[in-house]
Design a protein around this ligand. Structure first.
Ligand SMILES: CC(C)(COP(=O)(O)OP(=O)(O)OC[C@H]1O[C@@H](n2cnc3c(N)ncnc32)[C@H](O)[C@@H]1OP(=O)(O)O)[C@@H](O)C(=O)NCCC(=O)NCCS
Length: 182
């Protein structure tokens, strides 16, 4: 299991089948999946099987990484870069347990994911997509320097796509964020 890096509070690591219970619990909160389009897992076994089948780390050296509190070792949710082989885009995403919202964790974890993408993987740009009403998600994008690019519709919901390129991200003032990539 590979560790991607850390910030002052968080660590990002690859998920394993040991995360089945936590991923089941995460998607089992209707508020957490309200804007994501994902159904809850049917069981802990189904979540564990999903993780067992998840091949993006191996195939693309990126994916949805577990966000771990460095002090308590608790999994707070996930954050990461999803590679879309059909169009070559890399999509930043994040999902945290509700009790951990509003503490800056999604922004902090995303800095790590973006720096891994730009510095380690040599990506030119990263997109992020959200339902327009998902204000918290769009706020996180804006704090990371992602700018509005286009609207699109997904399953009847109006969504927005935002993008940041490596130069735009590097120009962002983020001296307060400690990021160490392994
Ligand atoms: C989206 C999500 C990951 C954000 O996590 P987080 O750790 O709370 O995000 P941060 O604390 O880094 O930043 C959130 C920002 O949105 C703001 N915000 C949150 N809810 C808001 C609302 N309803 N209206 C306006 N601003 C809001 C926060 O104040 C904060 O901005 P600030 O730093 O300027 O105060 C979290 O809400 C979540 O897991 N949601 C469910 C899953 C999801 O929707 N994922 C995204 C799918 S596209």
């Amino acid at each position: 299991m590979k560790i991607i890096g850390h910030t002052s509070r968080l660590m990002l690591r690859e998920t394993t089948t040991d995360d089945g219970q936590v991923m089941y619990d995460l998607n089992n909160d209707p508020e957490v999946i309200k804007y994501t389009g994902d159904p809850p897992f049917e069981s802990v076994d189904a979540a564990t099987q999903f993780l067992a089948d998840y091949d993006h780390f191996e195939k693309y050296n990126r994916g949805r990484w577990a966000v771990v509190d460095r002090e308590s070792n608790e999994v707070l949710g996930w954050c990461g870069l999803k590679y879309h082989p059909d169009n070559g885009e890399n999509d930043l995403g994040y999902r945290l347990f509700k009790k951990h919202w509003g503490k800056g964790y999604a922004t902090e974890a995303s800095h790590l994911a973006l720096q891994y993408g730009f510095r380690r993987l040599g990506l030119d740009s990263v997109i992020a997509r959200a339902v327009k009403e998902n204000v918290a998600s769009i706020k996180v994008m804006n704090k990371l320097g992602l700018e509005y690019e286009q609207d699109f519709e997904d399953h009847g919901s109006l969504c927005q796509q935002h993008r940041v390129d490596k130069y735009g991200y590097m120009l962002l003032p983020n001296d307060d964020v400690e990021v160490v990539i392994y």
